[in-house]
Design a protein around this ligand. Structure first.
Ligand SMILES: Cc1cc2nc3c(=O)[nH]c(=O)nc-3n(C[C@H](O)[C@H](O)[C@H](O)COP(=O)(O)OP(=O)(O)OC[C@H]3O[C@@H](n4cnc5c(N)ncnc54)[C@H](O)[C@@H]3O)c2cc1C
Length: 441
């Protein structure tokens, strides 16, 4: 092993979440020795789903740094100014930034950070008497602390995995190859944002003109992301910190109830889609070769001659339907997986009932290891910190929380004012509340 000096913090992966930590460390903690290992040769944000007319679900001010370090050189606004398009960006009055522009912003930040090491996958992580030892594509490194930011893996129902290939694929890989759906029967499974993005592009002939196009969703309807003000209170530091203190059963229940606050389709995308359908099938009078089929769960897939046959079960009466297809695209989301490089430490990492790592309030992973060496994880806390955790909204705040913890002092001031909503019972504070009232009247 070529000995190098010990890093204070090593990041595994440089997707937006670890990149945010790298950018904030560069802005406020330059003395911290950090290195973020990214296996891709160039930073790109979910390139397999980089389709035309796809947009961020999150406002651009919730970038890598602004929420906690608005003067950082790594802000989206600085990206716009540096690219000399600040005024045109404003004049365009974009409802939301395109994924392509956001991905380019991430690339720009990554390229300016010396701590981001591209083309350097982490193969294995071990612990010895001196701390973590990382075996990477460019040699071995030592680190006091680690931050795991390897993202999630595309998830498909088990019945489909054996047939996986060019005709049975996950949406996350659709843009990885040239595809021609001309004259084919295409079925999209999954009623979230990725399903909508794939369906809209297939409808517009992005991969050629299909013979038929069916969009199957288990949900009751093609349901909108709830972007209203009080729902957006879930995406605040105060709500997220308090959420972590709830019991596991309550957290589970709340996360399930808040599904559409993070997993719906943006109202803008739904409107675009509806207008496209109206124009083609109602105004232009094309025969209805595209169908929307909600309330159906895909339950089986088998090969049928040269094609595929998908079986669904209806959510109202349990009726089974069969859809013959040449191509089936599963927009069925992502799941957490412990990256292979952590296998040597797997025994030391307890999991929750979802098989996920157990996170403390500072996103530190519970583990059976020396307290002097901590493992942090990002994009791993939907059940511990709530629905905001896998989203971009709070990434700068989470990064600052982690960096404060690593530094052992308050480098970032994370105090926030009270919001308008009292989420928790007032009983514990009722004396105080009553006193205030008494003084007020
Ligand atoms: C298509 C899509 C659109 C989304 N849009 C939004 C949105 O608009 N708003 C929102 O709030 N959320 C959105 N999300 C959710 C979330 O914000 C993103 O998934 C985000 O990319 C998560 O960031 P990450 O850094 O955890 O993971 P990723 O972006 O997946 O990055 C992980 C990185 O780790 C690298 N890596 C993996 N293993 C290793 C290894 N062993 N060694 C080195 N590198 C490794 C990978 O190459 C990758 O670059 C979206 C998700 C998807 C899939």
């Amino acid at each position: 092993m070529s000995e190098r000096s010990t890093l204070d913090l090593a990041g595994v992966g440089a997707g937006p979440f670890n990149l945010s930590i790298a950018a904030l460390a560069d802005s406020r903690l330059p003395q911290l020795a950090t290195r973020f290992f990214e296996r891709r040769q160039a930073l790109s944000w979910h390139p397999g789903l980089m389709l035309p007319d796809t947009h961020l679900q999150t406002g651009f001010l919730k970038d890598l740094v602004t929420a906690v370090a608005p003067d950082s050189r790594h802000s989206f606004l600085n990206y716009l100014v540096s690219h000399r398009r600040f005024y045109r960006f404003l004049n365009a009055e974009l409802g939301s930034v395109s994924r392509a522009e956001f991905s380019d912003y991430l690339r720009w930040v990554g390229e300016r950070l010396e701590s981001v090491a591209l083309g350097q996958g982490v193969r294995e992580i071990e612990l010895d008497a001196h701390g973590f030892r990382l075996r990477t594509d460019s040699g071995d490194y030592r680190a006091r602390h680690l931050c795991l930011g390897t993202g999630k893996a595309p998830w498909m129902p088990e019945f489909a995995t054996a047939l996986r290939g060019p005709h049975c694929l996950h949406a996350a890989e659709i843009a990885h190859a040239r595809r021609d759906f001309s004259g084919l029967r295409v079925v999209v499974v999954g009623g979230g944002q990725s399903g909508a993005d794939v369906f809209l592009n297939a409808l517009r002939g992005h991969w050629g003109q299909p013979r038929s196009l069916d969009w199957i969703s288990r949900r009751r309807n093609f349901e909108p992301l709830d972007e209203t003000a009080f729902t957006n209170e879930y995406f605040t530091p105060g709500y997220t910190s308090a959420f972590h203190g709830l019991s596991r059963a309550v957290r589970e229940r709340e996360v399930a109830a808040q599904k559409l606050a993070s997993d719906g389709i943006t109202p803008a995308a739904l409107q675009t889609l509806y207008r496209e359908l109206y124009h083609r099938f109602d105004v232009l009078g094309e025969p209805r070769w595209a169908r929307l089929l909600p309330h159906r769960s895909a339950v089986a897939l088998k090969r049928q001659g040269t094609g595929l046959s998908l079986t669904t079960e209806h959510g109202l009466g349990g009726e089974r339907e069969r859809f013959d297809a040449d191509v089936v695209i599963f927009a069925t989301g992502f799941s957490s997986q412990l990256p292979a490089c952590l296998a040597p430490l797997a025994e030391r990492l307890p999991r929750d009932t979802h098989g996920e790592l157990v996170l403390g309030p500072h996103f530190e992973v519970a583990w059976d290891g020396p307290a002097a060496h901590r493992l942090y994880a990002v994009n791993a806390g939907r059940h511990s910190h709530g629905i905001a955790e896998p989203q971009l909204s709070l990434m700068a705040w989470r990064s600052a929380t982690i960096l404060n913890h690593v530094a052992g002092r308050e480098v970032f001031d994370l105090a926030d004012s009270d919001g308008p909503v009292a989420w928790h019972p007032l009983a514990a504070h009722s004396d105080v509340v009553e006193q205030r009232w008494a003084q007020a009247i």
